[in-house]
Design a protein around this ligand. Structure first.
Ligand code: FES
Ligand SMILES: [Fe+2]
Length: 441
């Protein structure tokens, strides 16, 4: 319920700027959870995280602890992680196997993988004559209102109504097509387990950063420059530097002006794409072998189409950042107004030679993991933003860059040529935020 002190939501968001309270007010955070994360499609995990009957993993959807589980018939369910008896969480671990059914650790009530009641100790004698019984729907573990899967990526919506998953994702579902199509077998498999990072900042700050093409060559310049120095040194001695250095040195060699050459495409529901790509289609023998295998699987023409897909990054609002050409994603789980958990996952292309996986793993470790300076660079900015926005040093966050020059085409808004550092993706996210929150002017 909207609290009395929350200012009129429509006054918080303008097309080119946003009030700071959107990032700092705990009551607005609660509303966001109720109206956005606990309503729209939220990514739970990949089906390959639960390959066998009884396999489960726990996941936070909005403020709700959920469990994704594989049933004996192969279906994947997403249930509230909550026993109908006295409310204990059914699964205390992040992942595991329930065996043939869930068994609550408190009083041994048991449940089938779809959440339906299996047994209660001494049920007949204990509950005869009471209002409690098998027919009472409150006896079941509650299920997410809707669960759908797109190419193995499982999403849940906690609201009965709303568009189907594919309609919600719209053109941004290319994130999953691009990732899966690069696999000779047409699908990917998760690599367990993920890195988890807790950021001391609001969840939207992370999402806004994902397609912020202005920041990499500034924020990550020192990391990129150090990597470039080492890269040149190795090249001097051996004649050739390992590809992995390029993943880091690109942050200094792709200078700020060059980022304007990329394009951003903004779609309904807050989703966006950043095109351009750091040039990871080298002509080394590993890549050539992979391309041969892929062409064998789908034909030369289709292989070219797949490998020339112009994507660097896809943001699926409100909580997923996908780098499909490198088979990785980051899932955002808001914890409170100034704390955010990110899960950093990567995937294996089924049927691709091992060195291609090793390349994705190198990027995962060097650019996206908590161990890399790239991640630390970003985290410091996020924390600084949260600190500054909590102050009285200003009321607004600016998203003015190239405002007014974006080009509307069909259902997308494209940054104008040579204006890839447009803040159009942030404006688009806040437009969706206002729509979901009921804050439209
Ligand atoms: S709380 Fe689960 S069986 Fe009692
Ligand atoms: Fe960054």
């Amino acid at each position: 319920m909207q609290k009395a002190h929350i200012p009129n939501l429509a006054q918080l968001v303008e097309p080119d700027r946003v009030r700071r309270e959107v990032y700092t007010d705990p009551d607005i955070f609660d509303l966001e959870m109720a109206r956005i994360h606990e309503r729209v499609w939220v990514y739970c995990g990949h089906a390959s995280q639960v390959p066998n009957p009884g396999d489960y993993c726990t996941v936070q959807v909005g403020r709700q602890p959920m469990v994704m589980v594989r049933a004996t018939d192969g279906a994947v369910h997403v249930l509230y992680n909550r026993c109908p008896h006295r409310g204990a969480m059914l699964c205390g671990d992040r992942h595991g196997n329930t065996g043939a059914f869930f068994r609550c650790s408190y009083h041994a009530w048991t449940f089938h993988h779809d959440g339906s009641l299996r047994s209660i100790p001494m049920m007949e004698s204990g509950y005869a004559g009471t209002r409690w019984g098998r027919d009472n729907p409150d006896c079941q573990v509650r299920s997410a209102a809707r669960v759908q899967n797109y190419r193995g990526f499982v999403f849940a919506s906690l609201a009965e109504d709303g568009p189907a998953l594919e309609a919600f994702l719209g053109p941004a579902k290319i994130a999953f097509d691009d990732m899966c199509d690069r696999a000779p077998e047409g699908e990917v498999e998760v690599v367990p387990n993920c890195f988890r990072v807790v950021q001391n900042s609001n969840w939207k700050i992370f999402l806004e950063n994902q397609l912020d093409a202005l920041h990499p060559s500034v924020t990550h310049q020192s990391t990129g420059r150090a990597a470039h120095d080492v890269e040149l040194e190795i090249e001097r001695h051996t004649g050739k530097a390992p590809l992995a250095y390029h993943m880091l040195s690109a942050f200094s060699t792709v200078t700020i002006d060059k980022w304007d050459n990329f394009r951003t495409l903004s779609y309904p529901n807050g989703h966006c794409i950043l095109t351009g790509y750091m040039g990871l289609r080298p002509r080394d023998s590993d890549t050539l072998e992979y391309e041969r295998v892929l062409a064998e699987a789908c034909g030369e023409k289709r292989k070219e189409e797949i490998l020339t897909t112009d994507i660097h990054h896809v943001l699926l609002y409100p909580g997923l950042s996908v780098q499909s050409p490198l088979q990785q994603l980051r899932a955002v789980r808001p914890l409170s107004v100034d704390r955010t958990l990110t899960e950093i996952w990567h995937f294996r292309l089924k049927g691709a030679p091992e060195p291609i996986y090793r390349r994705a793993l190198a990027y995962y470790n060097l650019v996206n993991s908590p161990a890399t300076m790239i991640n630390a660079d970003d985290l410091e900015n996020f924390w600084k933003c949260q600190q500054g926005l909590s102050s009285q040093g200003g009321d607004w966050v600016s998203f003015h860059r190239h405002h007014g020059s974006d080009i509307a085409r069909d259902d997308a808004v494209e940054s104008a040529p040579g204006r890839g550092t447009s803040e159009a993706p942030m404006r688009n996210q806040m437009k969706a935020w206002a729509q979901f929150m009921g804050a439209e002017r």
